[in-house]
Design a protein around this ligand. Sequence first.
Ligand code: 6PG
Length: 259
Amino acid sequence: MDESNYHSPGQIKTCADADAWLRTGVKLFAEAAASAIAARGAFYVALSGGSTPRELHTWLSGEATPAAETGADQIDWSRVHVFFGDERYVPHDHPDSNYRMARESLLEHVSVPADQIFPMPTSESDPAQAAALYETQIRKHGPAAEEGGIPRFDLILLGLGPDGHTASLFPHTAALSEREKLVAANFVEKLDTHRLTFTVPLLCAARSVVFLIRGQEKAEKLKRLVEGPYEPEETPSQLVQPEHGSLLFLVDKAAASEL
Ligand code: 6PG
């Protein structure tokens, strides 16, 4: 790859204000769900962690804004299968748990059948064993595998860390180079903690990847992510380039301020 002339293949959707960002997020989710359910009878989505998704979840659930006003009422939750793109290695009721955030802001308020919700396991003594267990769950209960035998999620939501990480693919960590496993345990030295994360092959097999990015603190890294140079050890989010799927950066004006 010509690192100096790199430009992300992703589309950038810059929203004028919070309301537009949230409405667009709901629309993207609802459209992806409707398309997958019409085509294959089910919608397989991997939710993102961190804090940005929380408000979007409250809009998807209709808790923040009437679902009929945003199109969220069109989502057939009974056909939705929920996975997680990464997780902190903490109990599911821990304040840092991505599953807890999704449960509180979305899953407790919509009618996804309990046996269609798959939190990442975090109670195994060995995180690598937990990662392998989750990969087995994805292969058994997740979307069909296509090219190369990799399950193809209909939608993977991701965030962008100020250091350029996404999911739990942090700069200069071992999981960045994982190309066989679909889920990896990743020790993040600067946080002195283990994480579980989708790996590049699984992320890049998705039909659609949407990065949810808001805030001035993301502006510098978003510019680097989109405009290069291509340095994935520094900006791991650059590794997410769906081979046969779409890539969209849903951003607010503050995050887009340096583009
Ligand atoms: C996590 C994430 C992580 C997150 C980014 C952005 O577990 O923290 O999944 O990749 O998406 O760090 O986080 P914010 O949305 O909190 O800025």
